[in-house]
Design a protein. Structure first.
Length: 355
């Protein structure tokens, strides 16, 4: 008969053996899991057979972005959207649907009276990106704003120079006169460039937003002012003098600039590609609904579809992020602003563009 000590020793050996066997089994299971995790497609390989290569080569899930996107544009209207493909895309929900694929569930749109105000909000972080005129965008970048240019949706923005009633009849008549402009806007650049070309050297520029400038023109407090689009045509119809417009000076046309903050790009590096693809999808839809698009422009511009078509034809909207024509305009505008010391420093447009 075995003693109590011999019986207990045998039990301990058996327990140790069982424990050792359990540890070996756990290690084998962990190793198998590790191998499966490393392959990434083991489950689909077992089930799919010849489809393994296809599964391995499929696209990865889209990169995600912050849930809220803050967008700025120039203007103010009851629909709170800009014009162009961007505005149409927001109006129809096309852009929102595209952005949802990347985790953006809300887009907050904010209208601004001019480009300098918008760039200030972009620099301060209240906006993530925005569309504005090329001149304020260039001035801001040359002043150190940490932005990147991701598209030019238009390269045919026409500025108008309009004189008061019974006032100057030609551009040369502005010698010694006062002109209202929105400082830092593309129309600022247009007027200074125009006066330079016409040899007008003695004049005074005063900064006014368009509504204030229009009122000042009516009172006769200024001799001329700048304007654009339907409001400019309305002033001409009311009897104010059409002194000039940028359509006569291709080098003085304005272009749009869509810029994004570098801070937002750090959060969502794929944004330029995502945005431009969404915008191009909206443009494709817009071209299928031309009449409806001009009615949309008329609603946000408080005008008629006929006038909307006259000042903002669909043919002016670019279907790619950048064009040779648009880049040439940017270069000319930048060089002019540097020469006139309106831009603090020179730079290469290619360093600013993100393609």
């Amino acid at each position: 008969m075995k003693s109590y000590r011999e019986i207990q020793g045998g039990r301990k050996k058996g327990a140790r053996g069982l424990l050792l066997a359990s540890l070996v089994m756990i290690m084998l299971v962990l190793q198998a899991c590790g191998n499966n995790a490393g392959s990434g497609n083991s489950a689909s390989s077992a089930a799919g057979g010849d489809n393994t290569a296809e599964a391995a080569g499929s696209e990865t899930a889209p990169a995600t972005a912050p849930a809220v996107l803050n967008f700025g544009y120039i203007g103010s209207n009851k629909l709170n959207v800009p014009g162009g493909a961007e505005g149409w895309g927001f109006y129809k929900g096309i852009i929102q649907e595209e952005l949802k694929k990347y985790g953006i569930t809300e887009v907050k749109l904010t209208g601004f009276p001019n480009g300098p105000d918008q760039t200030e909000s972009l620099i301060s972080g209240r906006l993530d990106f925005g569309s504005l005129g090329d001149t304020p965008a260039i001035i801001a970048y040359a002043s150190g704003a940490k932005t990147r240019l991701i598209s030019q949706s238009s390269a045919h923005t026409v500025g108008y120079l309009i004189g008061k009633k019974d006032g100057p009849k030609t551009v040369k008549d502005l010698q010694g006169k006062t002109i209202a402009i929105q400082k830092g806007s593309f129309m600022h650049r247009y007027v200074v460039g125009l006066l330079q070309q016409e040899g007008v050297t003695d004049y005074k520029l005063v900064h006014m937003l368009i509504p204030d400038a229009t009122a000042a023109l009516a009172r006769g407090d200024v001799d001329a002012t700048t304007n654009l689009g339907v409001p400019a045509l309305k002033l001409i119809d009311e009897g104010y003098t059409h002194l000039d417009d940028a359509s006569k000076h291709p080098d003085l046309l304005g272009s749009s600039a869509t810029v994004v903050s570098e801070e937002y790009l750090e959060k969502f590096p794929d944004f330029p590609k995502v945005w431009n693809e969404a915008r191009e999808k909206a443009l494709a839809d817009l071209k299928q609904h031309e009449d409806e698009y001009y009615e949309f422009l008329a609603e946000i511009g408080d005008t008629t579809p006929e006038l909307a078509k006259q000042v903002n034809p669909i043919s002016d909207i670019k279907d790619t992020a950048f064009t040779e024509e648009g880049t040439k305009l940017l270069e000319g505008t930048k060089n002019f602003l540097v020469e006139e010391k309106l831009a603090k420093k020179d730079f290469n447009i290619s360093d600013w563009q993100l393609q």
